[in-house]
Each structure stands twice: as structure tokens, then as C-alpha cells.
Design a protein around this ligand. Structure first.
Ligand code: HEC
Ligand code: HEC
Ligand code: HEC
Length: 485
């Protein structure tokens, strides 16, 4: 995985896009190439929108997570300017407040709907798919109207987005026409009449505004989602977005109920807290009616499908490890340690007989640094999950456990959240590698991870940029819950 390969890959992509963009332009006939400008209009008066419509728009904007991409941390909401790193270069989000000069104040509803549906700005220029219009295209007119009403009633902020940093020819928007030709399918969501209404509602929200697939799907060399591999696991802001289809690596199989709980509260007793970019997603879903969250969960559970008998059985065994509140709320049940020991695998993958020195080192670090919290039996969300339950330990890449261990879970700003100290300062790269090898061998049945040295070094140095955020959910945590399933 040398730098050379990355480079060559990039040049290859650039060449293809150039050819496509040029082809799209010269062919002239291609529908995507030219879009007309929609004339500017005076900014609509904020009091011209019905308050219920604005309130609905607020909920929908939360599902769409518009604020996350369109706001610089600490900056004015929706004023844009956030740098989004892509494999091709940096793209900045734009100002979507109703400022007339630098925002969308002079956009008609038709221009807004076209941007959501076709990824085109008011003047007819193609927008980069870093704006997830490949998902938003499924949003219906009524919901776009509500979103428009919501955005048009925000306070206008004067703010110009910084210029994008993209190599030629990707810096030419016409190249996006070629991309759309290949990968973009415009179209509002069509319900499947064979499926129950709740499934269709869930599909509409998850595949459209919720754009779950934008993070949870692998992308091809041109940054497009391959439909066959939708939801098979992707990448977001330096985190792995685990597969949420039949390949889910969660040790305890997810169910519609556990997904509802996790999406609603930002954590689950048998699955841990939502972190990184997912913390924002669950935080935003808090504004949705229960029925909508349950619909998304029902749809996701259906896409995951029923677990194999073997996975189901193991999941049931693992339930013994789920830390629960006992009758005297907050008292550690104490039983979880012995249960953990009986379920943990015998030491160290691949090493028959006596554990090696490296394994011993990893185990020693685990015992002294992690077990105090992760075997405390203290219930979630404040306690640490026993690692045999952790998707991070069982996932095909160690990226998320590396992120959590190096950077911890910082406290929330003005909210109460699960907090974990950062161990980046205390553990050397060699310590990290020994620890991770031990955790993987001890708490999962998956094969050892490759390339740990490199991944730890790159993540620590920032070569692999990781967005560190507080975990979600705690303020909304219901009290006195045990494992729901
Ligand atoms: C994953 C990040 C991301 C999310 C989420 C996101 N956007 Fe954007 N959006 C962008 C980027 C980046 C651009 C600029 C694209 C470009 O310059 O080609 C953009 C551009 C736009 C534009 C065009 C503005 C202009 O001046 O050309 C509109 C309108 C817009 N977004 C609305 C929304 C709405 C509404 C939502 C929520 C439903 C949303 N965006 C969510 C990243 C995002
Ligand atoms: C901005 C990117 C992003 C979006 C959008 C997103 N996710 Fe996630 N999701 C992630 C990341 C990253 C993780 C892993 C976080 C962690 O380590 O806890 C994750 C974790 C999860 C998990 C936990 C999986 C497990 O086994 O632990 C579930 C379930 C999930 N997401 C469902 C969804 C659903 C449903 C949607 C759409 C409504 C969605 N996500 C949208 C990035 C995203
Ligand atoms: C002071 C208590 C504390 C210590 C010490 C601690 N953690 Fe955590 N950790 C937490 C809490 C709280 C969470 C959030 C709940 C959860 O998801 O497990 C967490 C979450 C995690 C997760 C995510 C688990 C999941 O899938 O949800 C990982 C991985 C993790 N910690 C690794 C470590 C490692 C490795 C160490 C030792 C180097 C460690 N932690 C030490 C408190 C701690």
C-alpha cells in the first residue's frame, strides 16, 4: 500500500473522469451535461411559512444531518465552509442559510428541490456528490417543501465557502456530469407494495434523507456506491462504518428492538455507545417521532436478515455478559466476570501451548489499563462494554478500536455522556499493537488483524485523520434499563 499506488490510482481516476466529462460535453446530447439556471427571486419573508411546516422541516433536516456538514465546529449553523476530505481532495460545504449573496436566499423552492433531486445549483452548475444527493434524490416533494421552509426561516449568515482543493480536472464541475452519467440515478422513492407500510416508511427514511448508505457502503475508485454492495461497510471521517446488512459483525445479532433502542438512545446494553460520526446520527434521530425510528430499525433489521443458527446461539450465550442494573440500581452484578471467563476464548489466536511474550504484554496492558472499566460489570452507558460484545473488537478492520483507544471518548459539551480517557499518551505504538493482538485473539473468533503497526502509526500521526467527538445519548438515557434483548 505504498504512496506510489495511491498516486497512480488518483491519476487513473482523474483520466477517466476527464474523458467522461469531456465526452459528456462534446456529445452535447447527454442530458446531464447542461442544466439551465433558475432565475433568482427575492428572498421569501420568513413569516410567510406555516410554523408547522417549519417544525416538520426541522425534524427532516435532523434526519438528513444537514447541520453536520454545513457547519464548521463552533461556527454559525448552516453557514457552510466545513472542509470535507475526499480521496480526491478537499471539498467545502456551502452556505445554506438564506443570505441573499452568499447563501441560498434567492433560491426558489424549485431550485432547492432540484439541488436535492439532481445535484445542481441554482445557476445550473453540477454539485459534487460529497453532498449526498444520490440519496436525497429519493426525498418527496412535500418533505423538500418543509426543508426549504425550515432553511429559509433560519437567520441569514454572510459567509463565503473557501475554494475547493481539487486537482484538475476534478476542479471543473462539468466532470461531475460524467460521474452522474455513470453512477447517479435520479428518482423519488417508490414504495414496494408487497412490503408492510412500516418497512416502506423505514426504507424511505433510511435510503433517502437518512442516507445511511453514504457512510455504511463501500465506495468504488470513483467514490460511487456500488448498489450490489450497499450497506456492506464503509468509511466516514476516519472511522469504519460497519456493515449493517447480512454481514453485520456485531457479536450479538441486532434485532428490530435493539436497533430501535440504539437509534433512539445512542447506545444499547449489548452493543455499546454510538461514537464518531454515528454519534451525530443518533443524536439527530432524537428529534424524530418514535414510530419513524422504529420504522428505520424495522427496515435495517430486515436488510440484516435473520442470523444463522450458529450466530444466534453464540449471541444468546453472550447475553450472560451484558452488564445489567441489579435491583439496587447501579450495583455491579459481579457475576459477569465468571461468565466472561467461560465465554472468552482460550489465550491467543494461532499460538498453541504457552502464550508468547507479546501476548503476555498485551494481556498485562489489558488487565492494568482496560479491564477496570470493561470488566467492571457497571451498566452502560457509563460502564465499558465487555469486549466479547464489542463490534469494534469483532469488525474486519481495527480502525475504530484504534481511534477509541488513542483518542478516548471526550466529554460532551454541556451534556452528560459516556467518557473514556485517551490512551495515546500512555501507550506506545508497540504497546498498542500488543494490546490489540491480545484483544482480538481473546475476545473474538475472527482472524488476526493485518497491518496493525502501520494503522496505529498513521492514526496517531494524523496521516489518517480521525474526527473525534463525544459519544451520544446519555442525557436521553432511560433510567434502570437492563438488556432489552
Ligand atoms: C455529507 C455532507 C453533507 C450533508 C449531510 C449535507 N450536505 Fe449539502 N452540501 C454538501 C457539500 C460538500 C456541498 C457543496 C457541493 C459542491 O460545492 O459541489 C453541499 C451543497 C448543498 C447545496 C447547494 C448549495 C449551493 O449554494 O450550491 C444545498 C442546497 C444543500 N447542500 C442542502 C443540504 C440539505 C438540505 C441537507 C440536509 C438534508 C444537506 N445539504 C446535507 C455536503 C453535505
Ligand atoms: C456520517 C456517517 C454515518 C451515517 C450517515 C450513518 N452511520 Fe451508522 N455508523 C457510522 C459509523 C462511523 C459507525 C461506527 C461507530 C462506532 O464505532 O460506534 C456506525 C455505526 C452504526 C451502527 C452500529 C453497528 C454495530 O454493530 O455496532 C448501526 C446499527 C448504524 N450505524 C446504523 C445506521 C443507520 C440505520 C443509519 C441511517 C439512519 C446510519 N447508521 C447512518 C457512520 C454513519
Ligand atoms: C475509565 C473507564 C475506562 C477505561 C479505563 C477504558 N475504557 Fe474503553 N470505554 C469506556 C466507556 C464508558 C465506553 C463507552 C461504552 C462502550 O461502548 O463500551 C468505552 C468504550 C470503549 C470501546 C467501544 C466498545 C464498543 O464496541 O462499544 C472500546 C473499543 C474501548 N472502550 C477500548 C478500551 C481499551 C482498549 C482500553 C484500555 C486501553 C479502555 N477502553 C479503557 C470506559 C473505559
Amino acid at each position: 500500500m505504498g504512496r506510489r499506488r495511491t498516486r497512480r490510482g488518483l491519476i487513473g481516476k482523474v483520466a477517466i473522469l476527464l474523458a467522461l466529462g469531456a465526452g459528456a460535453v462534446s456529445a452535447g446530447a447527454v442530458a446531464w451535461a447542461w442544466e439551465t439556471a433558475i432565475p433568482p427571486q427575492p428572498r421569501p419573508a420568513a413569516d410567510g411559512f406555516a410554523p408547522e411546516l417549519v417544525a416538520e422541516g426541522a425534524r427532516l433536516a435532523a434526519v438528513g444531518n444537514c447541520i453536520a456538514c454545513h457547519t464548521v465546529p463552533g461556527g454559525r449553523s448552516f453557514a457552510g465552509g466545513l472542509a470535507l476530505p475526499t480521496p480526491f481532495g478537499t471539498i467545502h460545504s456551502t452556505n445554506i442559510t438564506p443570505d441573499e449573496e452568499t447563501g441560498i436566499g434567492r433560491w426558489s423552492e424549485a431550485a432547492f428541490t432540484r439541488a436535492m433531486r439532481r445535484g445542481v445549483d441554482r445557476e445550473g452548475r453540477h454539485l459534487y456528490p460529497a453532498f449526498p444527493y444520490d440519496h436525497y434524490t429519493r426525498v418527496g416533494d412535500a418533505d423538500n417543501r418543509a426543508l426549504y421552509a425550515y432553511l429559509m426561516t433560519r437567520s441569514p449568515v454572510r459567509a463565503e465557502a473557501p475554494a475547493n482543493d481539487l486537482p484538475f480536472p476534478l476542479n471543473i464541475r462539468m466532470a461531475v456530469a460524467g460521474w452522474k452519467l455513470l453512477y447517479f440515478r435520479e428518482g423519488a422513492f417508490t414504495p414496494d407494495p408487497a412490503k408492510p407500510e412500516v418497512w416502506n416508511r423505514g426504507a424511505y427514511l433510511a435510503e433517502g434523507l437518512g442516507h445511511c448508505g453514504a457512510c455504511h457502503s463501500p465506495r468504488n475508485a470513483l467514490g460511487a456506491v456500488d448498489e450490489d454492495r450497499a450497506w456492506a461497510g464503509g468509511e466516514a471521517e476516519g472511522w469504519t462504518a460497519y456493515p449493517i446488512n447480512e454481514h453485520s459483525p456485531a457479536p450479538v445479532p441486532w434485532t428490530a428492538d435493539s436497533l430501535t433502542f440504539y437509534l433512539r438512545h445512542g447506545w444499547h446494553p449489548a452493543h455499546g455507545v454510538s461514537r464518531g460520526p454515528m454519534a451525530e446520527v443518533t443524536g439527530n434521530l432524537a428529534g424524530l417521532p418514535d414510530a419513524d425510528v422504529a420504522a428505520i430499525a424495522a427496515y435495517v433489521a430486515d436488510r440484516m436478515g435473520p442470523p444463522s443458527a450458529e450466530r444466534q446461539r453464540r449471541g444468546e450465550d453472550l447475553q450472560a455478559l451484558v452488564p445489567r442494573l441489579t435491583a439496587e440500581a447501579g450495583t455491579p452484578p459481579g457475576s459477569s466476570l465468571s461468565a466472561a471467563d467461560s465465554l472468552n476464548r482460550p489465550p491467543a489466536a494461532g499460538s498453541e501451548g504457552a502464550p508468547s511474550r507479546a501476548d503476555e504484554r498485551g494481556e498485562a496492558i489489558y488487565r492494568t489499563t482496560c479491564a477496570t472499566c470493561h470488566e467492571s460489570g457497571r451498566p452502560l452507558p457509563f460502564g465499558g462494554l465487555p469486549f466479547a460484545l464489542s463490534t469494534a473488537v469483532n469488525a474486519s478492520t481495527p480502525q475504530n478500536i484504534v481511534n477509541v483507544t488513542l483518542f478516548g471518548l471526550p466529554p460532551g459539551d454541556g451534556t452528560v455522556s459516556a467518557v473514556m480517557p485517551a490512551f495515546g499518551g500512555a501507550l506506545s505504538d508497540a504497546d498498542m499493537v500488543a494490546l490489540l493482538r491480545f484483544l482480538r485473539g481473546r475476545f473474538s473468533e475472527q482472524p488476526p488483524w493485518d497491518g496493525l503497526e502501520r494503522l496505529v502509526a498513521d492514526t496517531r500521526s494524523g496521516a489518517h485523520h480521525v474526527a473525534v467527538r463525544p459519544a451520544d445519548g446519555i442525557e436521553r438515557a432511560p433510567r434502570n434499563v437492563g438488556a432489552t434483548d
